[in-house]
Design a protein around this ligand. Structure first.
Ligand SMILES: NC(=O)c1ccc[n+]([C@@H]2O[C@H](COP(=O)([O-])OP(=O)(O)OC[C@H]3O[C@@H](n4cnc5c(N)ncnc54)[C@H](OP(=O)(O)O)[C@@H]3O)[C@@H](O)[C@H]2O)c1
Length: 381
């Protein structure tokens, strides 16, 4: 009996633009690891807002060349070792931040950059820790140096990074206020945070009251850029830190108005704010900084290794619980990108490249958490 040949399957973007630019590519040959490299079979990879920015060529911190395979991170198992690799064995479970390239069944990475994933954790649950939780963790604890009891304000609280931040605040005793659209109240309050809606007639009123009552916020994470920079900074407590890390609000506004991306004015405003934050962050005792996961990793590679290992340990110990909305196969990635653009995601979508194209979802034997997730997807309620 002949076994079916193993193919490399990956997503490819041939031209920058909407979700329709994503296509599935199949190649008969698997990539071979060179010296110091390993080949990995990917179990889970990202489907997030940042992948959408890359698809539209709106990601300012990365010079992109087409065609490209999206996928900001991955969790997978090593299946082939290149020469000179002694730290890893075939079958080891590993994770890495790729920025692009993760949305594939197989990939080759430098062995030295990988982080070990405990055998006991589920790949679908572990994947959100690499980009979404790591961003929240480093913004809270490395940039803002949050201490137990510090009052935290999170703009973009129902998104991938926002829910991760709320989950970490809950786990580490940081009282939090989360800002998102009114329909997200249950999920934000479910994580123990005070909820404020940005899409009411007077969105600033409740936040002004909370700022006054609490004496300001010691830590503010802004993943949305919905309020002006000056308004956000006015919500800081004395000695507090604002960490700007994203700009989802102009996209929501554009989408609601029937557009696909922010207009020129919104982009100019973001560019101006970005330069102002950069300028302010270089002043002595700066109260504001811009966090970017990739530059932080370049500057502090050891932090990346340590922080991701800490997050995997928290997951294994049951102290954090990533919220997975849905798991997609490679054949359904266009639908996932449409949901992200439309703001229809509450938490995380995850790509499982091993799911058969057009067939029933496949879950590796013993992967009970993934089986439960898929069962809930098929039988909601
Ligand atoms: N700096 C880094 O290293 C880094 C790392 C990861 C992500 N990011 C960036 O961070 C941002 C968020 O990423 P994500 O993956 O969490 O996106 P996401 O899942 O799409 O979440 C976006 C969040 O923003 C909220 N939002 C939209 N408009 C808002 C407004 N006017 N005021 C307050 N909240 C508003 C959304 O609420 P509703 O859904 O209720 O509208 C949602 O909670 C993106 O710009 C992303 O590129 C940066």
């Amino acid at each position: 009996m002949r076994l079916p040949a193993v193919m490399l399957r990956r997503l490819e973007i041939g031209a920058f633009g909407g979700p329709e630019q994503i296509r599935l590519v199949e190649e008969a040959r698997l990539p071979q690891p060179g010296e110091g490299e390993v080949r990995i079979r990917v179990e889970a990879s990202s489907l997030v807002f940042t992948d959408m920015l890359i698809r539209r060529n709106l990601y300012p911190v990365l010079k992109l060349r087409l065609p490209l395979t999206p996928g900001y991170d991955f969790v997978g198992r090593i299946e082939a070792l290149g020469s000179g690799v002694s730290r890893w064995r075939v079958g080891d479970r590993v994770a890495d931040l790729t920025q692009i390239g993760g949305n594939a069944t197989h990939l080759v990475r430098t062995a030295a950059s990988l982080v070990a994933v405990p055998q006991g954790v589920n790949a679908i649950q572990a994947e959100p820790l690499i980009l979404s939780y790591m961003t929240a963790w480093q913004a809270l604890f490395r940039e803002a140096k949050a201490q137990p009891g510090d009052q935290v304000l999170i703009y973009g609280a129902s998104g991938a990074v926002g829910l991760a931040a709320l989950d970490l605040c809950r786990a580490f005793g940081l009282p939090a206020v989360g800002v998102a659209s009114a329909r997200r109240e249950p999920v934000v309050e479910g994580l123990g945070a005070t909820f404020v809606a940005y899409d009411t007639a007077d969105p600033a009123g409740p936040l002004d009251r909370l700022t006054r009552d609490l004496g300001g916020f010691k830590v503010i994470l802004d993943a949305a850029r919905g309020e002006t920079l000056s308004s956000v900074m006015a919500r800081l407590a004395p000695g507090g830190r604002l960490v700007a890390l994203g700009f989802s609000a102009p996209f929501r506004t554009a989408y609601k108005a029937g557009g696909e991306q922010p207009g020129l004015l919104a982009r100019l405003r973001f560019g101006y704010d970005f330069l102002r934050i950069k300028w302010l962050s270089h002043r002595p005792n700066a109260a504001v900084s811009f966090y970017d996961i990739a530059s932080c990793r370049r500057q502090h590679p050891q932090w990346f290794q340590e922080d991701l290992s800490s997050l995997f340990n928290l997951l294994e110990a049951g102290r954090i619980t990533p919220r997975i909305q849905r798991v997609f196969g490679l054949g359904d990635a266009v639908e996932a990108h449409r949901l992200i653009e439309a703001g229809q995601v509450e938490g995380r979508l995850v790509l499982a490249p091993g799911l058969p194209i057009g067939g029933d979802p496949y879950v590796s034997p013993g992967d009970n958490a993934a089986k439960t997730t898929l069962h809930q997807q098929r039988h909601p309620g």
